[in-house]
Design a protein around this ligand. Structure first.
Ligand SMILES: [Cu+2]
Length: 272
């Protein structure tokens, strides 16, 4: 029998899970998994603010599911480290007799680790693909309104298709109606990010990218640039005002008619 097989036999001898160090590590594992799962899923998503679309609700749900699924893996690694630090201190030249548990060379332990990680990756892939499929549904909504988004150093401008040439620097949207964004840039790469609605897409010069969402909450939310785009990147942000359909229609009607004039010659509109 090789050394390796003997080591494995020794480690997996009958009743190995009743050993003191294994039990202590298991308790730390459970506690750390709960702390990592709760901290990661609750505190992390609390900082994101309340969702203003179903897409964002999906994003938060996925973060919570993935965090809880990953927590036992992170918890196990941390538990072994913590237990080793607390209980496995050794002083002297000769290693203690129990230091020969060669779990790292155990084919069974390696196989279990690979299979479990593989299943977790597969789970993440399937859940992610399902969410991605749901999130793209808005793109095919025939009733959607269309907004052209142009990023430039360091501002966003919005043009509303099908209106009298309405342009604004604060985005207005009606609640509970799909909106499709056609996004581009005048200069460098930016990234159009509607924070509480959970959508983010690159704004590339000479190219139009598309994303879509249905805002489901009335209020004012944040829009930011999510691509480092120069000196004032941090200030490239403005707001989206989600309002009732009537308020939105009234706002559109109140805007100057730019369709007959050269939009570049018209004064910039500051929004609400
Ligand atoms: Cu930018």
């Amino acid at each position: 029998m090789s050394d390796l097989q003997m080591d494995e036999k020794h480690y997996f001898e009958k009743g190995w899970w009743t050993r003191k160090d294994v039990r202590e590590t298991a308790i730390i594992w459970v506690v750390l998994s709960a702390v990592i799962g709760y901290g990661g899923s609750k505190l992390q998503t609390m900082a994101m603010g309340d969702p203003a679309s179903e897409v964002m609700e999906n994003v938060i749900r996925i973060i919570q599911i993935f965090t809880w699924v990953a927590a036992p893996v992170a918890g196990l690694v941390a538990a072994i480290c913590v237990h080793a630090l607390l209980a496995k201190r050794h002083h002297g030249d000769n290693p203690p007799p129990e230091s020969d548990h060669q779990i790292s060379k155990s084919p069974r332990a390696s196989a279990a680790w690979i299979v479990v990680s593989g299943l977790l990756c597969l789970f993440a892939l399937v859940v992610g693909l399902i969410a991605l499929e749901q999130d793209t549904e808005n793109l095919f909504d025939q009733e959607a309104i269309h907004v052209n988004v142009v990023g430039q150093q360091w501002a966003w401008n919005y043009d509303y298709a099908g209106t009298q040439g309405v342009r604004s620097q604060v985005l207005h949207l009606p609640v509970d109606k799909a909106v499709i964004f056609h996004v581009t840039s005048k200069d460098v790469k930016h990234s159009f990010w509607v924070v509480q609605m959970g959508i983010k897409i690159d704004a590339n010069p000479g190219y139009v990218t598309e994303t879509a969402v249905t805002p489901n909450k009335i209020g004012t939310f944040d829009i930011r640039c999510a691509e480092l785009c120069g000196l004032l990147h941090a200030y490239m942000q403005n707001k989206v005002i989600v309002e009732s359909q009537a308020d939105y229609d009234a706002w559109i009607a109140s805007q100057p008619n730019l369709s007959q004039t050269d939009p570049l010659a018209a004064p910039e509109e500051g929004g609400a």
